[in-house]
Write a protein that binds this ligand. Structure first.
Ligand code: ATP
Ligand code: MG
Length: 116
């Protein structure tokens, strides 16, 4: 199993969700994220008050998939979250050692939705 962390634009969330659904990846956690990217230290002002735009709002998706579904999920994210402008986000992948479904006690791939 692999865990995919995708930090995306909030404006792309709906499109990403629908694209994942279209490839049968119907399960993920997400949370709103404050981050710092290349755009850091860009200070502005609004009506005379200094605004701090150093921190950038993004949305982070955490998706755990069976190894067999890693590539299609990453490809889907790369496509659906893309605008081509600076700040499109990042994707990180790491290996999950163990997974359990609490209700049944199933573990590993058996505890995942995305069985083929
Ligand atoms: N190395 C990193 N580790 C953890 N989070 C990161 C990292 N790089 C970026 N992020 C998070 O991703 C968000 C979006 O990053 P961003 O898209 O600006 O990446 P980038 O590498 O600067 O790409 P770009 O050149 O398109 O701006 C950041 O606001 C931050 O929340
Ligand atoms: Mg950046």
């Amino acid at each position: 199993m692999k865990k995919i962390e995708a930090i995306i634009r909030v404006s792309k969330f709906q499109a990403v969700k629908e694209a994942l659904h279209a490839i049968d990846i119907d399960f993920f956690s997400y949370y709103d994220t404050v981050g710092v990217g290349n755009e850091k230290n860009r200070k502005g002002s609004y009506r005379g008050t200094s605004t701090d735009t150093e921190f950038i709002s993004r949305r982070t998706l955490n998706i755990v998939v069976r190894d067999v579904n890693l590539k299609k999920t990453v490809d889907c994210l790369l496509k659906a979250a893309y605008t081509g402008e600076v700040g499109d986000g990042k994707i990180f992948v790491w290996t999950i050692d163990e997974s359990y479904r609490i209700r049944t006690g199933e573990s590993g791939d058996d505890s995942m939705y995305n069985k083929d």
